[in-house]
Design a protein around this ligand. Sequence first.
Ligand code: HSE
Length: 297
Amino acid sequence: DSVLVHAPATIANLGCGFDVLGLALAAPYDTLRLRRTGAPGLKITHLDHYNLPTDPARNVAGAALLALLEQVDEPVGFEVEITKGIMPGSGVGSSAASAAGAVVGANALLGNRFSKLELVDFAMAGEAVASGVRHADNIAPAIFGGFTLVRALVPVLDVVALPAPPLWVAVVHPQIEVKTKEARALLPTTVPLGLAVRQWANVGGLVAGFLTADYALIGRALEDYIVEPARAPLIPGLAEARRRALAAGALGGGISGSGPSIFMLNRDGETAHAVAAALGSVFAELGIAHDLHVGRI
Ligand code: HSE
């Protein structure tokens, strides 16, 4: 009994929606092979060169599976082989992908007894290992696909799958290190009411833009007044990358998750390719190695 899972990269926050909005990409993705074993216990193997921990309690997939196994009565264990297609620390949900893929695979081997929402809950245990915080804005789109809104974590997890018009995303991953834990430590602990008002107006506007296919509204509403200003110093070239992307026709965008990747939403593929080239040109000039990704959502 074994399954093969492709677990996609995701873009968390989507500008104004810190910790609540997210989007699944078609690529890159992690590949997980899971085998069910009769004896309880987990064995995690990495078939990549990232040297990630394999102790289940310290591995994001392992921690997610331990949370799932707490809800399973019969003696069950899993052997998991993980090949990271998503570079850890790139800002496109690398830890979330492995955690989400692990619980989706385990669920398939257990006759799909858990709902997607329950799987999100288990996978958040993996995020807690990676960043110290249970957040679902990468996990939810990795499991549900498309755009998602994590409306609440407590008292009950509430995930809303959002319909959206055709969109293309351009992503640049400059190879500089940004640790989620450190990027979160930079954030303000209180927010002036006026800024909070502008921010939640944008979240509402962005969701309305998705629902009504209003591309101009999507562009206007992506702006993040609270989190990005605090993190911008971590990413040299961010302001120039945005300027060039908008000049090339992007609707808008910002830091992907806690960075260092930057994403831009676009109306069509031709624009998305031009925007990716514009993003790449900034890091080429700065002498920073980078990867580009363009995909349809
Ligand atoms: N919402 C999270 C953050 C995503 O911005 O810190 C990081 O994985």
